[in-house]
Ligand binder design. Structure first.
Ligand SMILES: Nc1ncnc2c1ncn2[C@@H]1O[C@H](COP(=O)(O)OP(=O)(O)OP(=O)(O)O)[C@@H](O)[C@H]1O
Ligand SMILES: [Mg+2]
Length: 673
């Protein structure tokens, strides 16, 4: 191992500390901090100076649909939603474009969105099996526990592709579209360097997934690693919250209060309310420019300092919740409980439908059909999507789902009998065959497909509302496309039983996008966040008889040390202000050492003593790169002061060589460690 690479050797990461040199730890390089293990909090220092940009462009990279929106910094009250490029699906109104991507057989980017889907659909089946078509792939970043830059995704034809390539192709596509639209708007070529980019991610995403998105942005050329501040990772429910607090009464539906809101009569049902809401969206969409009031919206005229609300982003992949408290008069926000949620998005309903098809037609057939007739499978899911959106609690008439001819035909070849026969033979009596070649589902069958997903959401919400931090909630904002589901709305309404008012913005699907633009214009609006996990590093402490276990004892040069001691930076659910720093000092073991690499550990629980405790995992590395900062005269103990910031949407590190006052390159890597 070279000097530069000596990562796990204690010599690289230890410190001289107040005590003399510690020795090799049992499980892990131990570090004795040079300074005592206290958090020094200074919220004013080290907040990077704001660079000015001409425009903020936010990209909402969704599981099922994506889009961008922008605002010129000189005209922050106008948010422009991306112009539409192509058509839509029958029976489905989307404000974003589907997150579908098509690569040529040799792996080159071909198209994105409806264009990708239509082109793929029109390919000859013998050709299409060579093309790489992907959809609903964002969830992979949440569900892969060992996410890395090498993680792969499965295309519709069963071939593997690198996830980093797919995400970067998609971001590159959005970059080009946005720059083209901006150039058209201003009448001259618009450069990416004038843009502050914002990418939204679910708040429950772990650090590796956020870093993956950043890496994909670097790869796509959206921004460069030398200017990381040009890209902000925004958290989806936070973005929604920023927008919701600016809502005016005519931009939302109050589900819980049956009083007249925006002229609605008190007798209105949820369904009719949403129909009217859509009409307003459609009218607005003609210009696709939304005006955000600079003053606090009328909703806030009802709010007092310290009022609390919950934002629930119900998307395609995840349901993400955040609890905020408002500080007036500026409307700054404070997070009251760490972001929570889970993979309970609307695609759960699609999976239930797939399971139902497997029950009727057999898993072996469905698996084969997906691989052999991928375009027909996409058609079938599009047909299902429009019927899924028609599901409602009060519905009594059946829902018909068109089976593609290719399904009927392939089934006959595969099994030797008809789909009608399969339906009759199956024990599924709530799905019938209609003579027009359709699956006829009774409404209960459709509602049953929603049940597991909705139950998860309700369970999560009830647990959340039990937490002491989540008391006295005034509003619950329902955002994200899935919030349009009357079944979900009703379930939430029943669960809350009038505990707080449920507010649904009209353009649920665009709330996150608009909020993300506002966040890009002023990222300091969220003043306090909660750490989702406990973070720290392993250090050596002086061994104390009776306090430390004997198996952790280590003797070095006559001194007894306790290894693997967890030096906590921050606790799970601890509140931390924006710009607040945790300060630690480290020193290279040898003057010639160029890199200090320190392992970072995390845990869901707060009570951690050793890095070997159950539930404590190594989750990343802190890397201090001393290249080029060698002092002319090496002091006996070279102090590298490191500051870690936990109050932002990503964990950030900065470091300073105390002797020379020079910045040391510091980075945290949660992806490749
Ligand atoms: N009326 C409806 N009933 C049921 N589901 C609906 C309805 N309207 C939209 N959806 C679902 O909402 C999802 C799209 O919502 P949205 O665009 O917020 O998700 P996303 O941003 O793609 O996902 P995520 O935020 O989880 O990454 C789709 O899965 C769609 O099926
Ligand atoms: Mg979303």
């Amino acid at each position: 191992m070279t000097e530069k690479e000596s990562v796990s050797d204690i010599g690289t990461a230890d410190s001289v500390s107040a005590y003399s040199s510690p020795a090799k730890s049992v499980g892990d390089p131990g570090i004795t901090p040079l300074s005592p293990s206290h958090s020094l909090k200074d919220s004013d220092q080290n907040v990077p100076a704001q660079q000015t940009y001409v425009v903020v462009v936010a990209i909402d990279f969704g599981t099922t649909s994506s889009g961008y929106a922008y605002s010129f910094t000189k005209e922050p009250e106008c948010i422009h939603i991306m112009r539409r490029w192509e058509g839509g699906d029958p029976g489905v109104s989307n404000q974003k474009t589907p997150t579908t991507i098509l690569l040529t057989p040799d792996g080159k980017f071909h198209s994105f969105g409806y264009a990708a889907r239509d082109f793929y659909h029109d390919l000859d089946p013998s050709d299409s099996k060579h093309w790489l078509y992907l959809e609903k792939f964002k969830m992979k970043l949440h569900t892969t526990s060992t996410l890395s830059t090498e993680t792969e995704l499965l295309a519709a034809n069963g071939k593997r592709v690198k996830a980093l390539d797919i995400f970067s192709y998609a971001l590159q596509f959005f970059k080009e579209q946005a720059l083209k639209e901006l150039s058209d708007q201003v009448g001259s070529e618009f450069h990416g360097s004038d843009v502050r980019w914002v990418i939204t991610v679910p708040a429950i995403w772990k650090q590796p997934a956020k870093q993956f998105m950043r890496q994909a942005a670097y790869k796509s050329g959206l921004v460069t690693p030398d200017n990381p501040e040009q890209l902000i990772i925004a958290l989806e429910p936070e973005a929604a919250s920023i927008y919701c607090r600016k809502l005016r009464l005519h931009q939302m539906i109050d589900l819980s209060s049956k009083t007249a809101f925006n002229g609605y009569s008190p007798t209105e049902t949820i369904g009719t309310g949403m129909t009217q809401a859509k009409e307003v969206v459609r009218r607005n969409r003609q210009s696709r420019t939304f005006l955000v009031e600079n003053v606090i919206g009328e909703l806030w005229s009802e709010l007092a300092e310290g009022d609390r609300y919950v934002v629930v982003d119900c998307g395609g992949g995840t349901v993400d919740l955040t609890v905020h408290q408002i500080r007036l008069p500026e409307g700054h926000l404070k997070e009251l409980y760490k972001a929570s949620g889970g993979p309970y998005g609307s695609i759960g309903v699609d999976y239930e439908f797939e399971k139902l098809l497997c029950k009727i037609f057999g898993v072996d057939f469905i698996d084969q059909f997906k691989i052999k007739r991928p375009a027909a499978w996409v058609d079938l899911m599009i047909a299902f999507e429009s019927r899924k959106r028609a599901a409602a609690p009060e519905r009594t008439n059946p829902l018909n789902i068109n089976l593609p001819f290719s399904f009927i035909d392939y089934y006959k070849k595969f099994r030797g009998h008809s789909v009608e026969h399969a339906l009759r033979k199956s024990n599924v009596d709530f799905v019938k065959w209609s003579s027009q070649g359709m699956l006829r589902m009774n409404p209960d069958a459709m509602n049953a497909l929603f049940k597991p997903t909705i139950d998860h959401i309700i369970q999560h919400l009830s647990d959340l509302f039990e937490k002491p931090e989540v008391s006295d909630i005034k509003f619950l904002f329902l955002v994200g496309g899935f919030s349009e589901s009357p079944l979900l709305q009703q379930a939430i309404q029943t669960m809350l039983g009038g505990r707080c008012r449920i507010i649904i913005p009209y353009d649920v699907g665009l709330t996150i996008l608009k909020g993300a633009v506002l966040f890009g214009l002023d990222p300091s609006v969220i003043k306090v966040r909660r750490s989702p996990l406990t973070y720290g590093v392993g250090v050596l402490n002086r061994y104390v008889e009776g306090k430390h276990p004997p198996e952790k004892m280590l003797l070095k040069d006559g001194t007894r040390w306790c290894t693997d001691v967890f030096d906590k930076f921050i606790s799970a659910d601890q509140s931390v202000a924006l710009g607040e720093m945790v300060k630690r000092s480290y020193t290279p073991a040898r003057p010639s050492q160029l890199v200090i690499v320190i392992n970072i550990y995390c845990s869901e629980i707060d009570d951690v003593t050793f890095i070997t405790d159950p539930g404590v995992k190594k989750c990343g590395t802190l890397r201090l790169d001393l290249t080029g900062t060698e002092p002319s005269s090496v002091p006996a103990r070279r102090e590298i002061q490191t500051r870690l910031q936990f109050g932002d949407t990503e964990i950030k590190a900065m470091a300073l060589d105390i002797a020379t006052s020079r910045c040391v390159k510091a980075g945290i890597d949660f992806l490749n460690y």
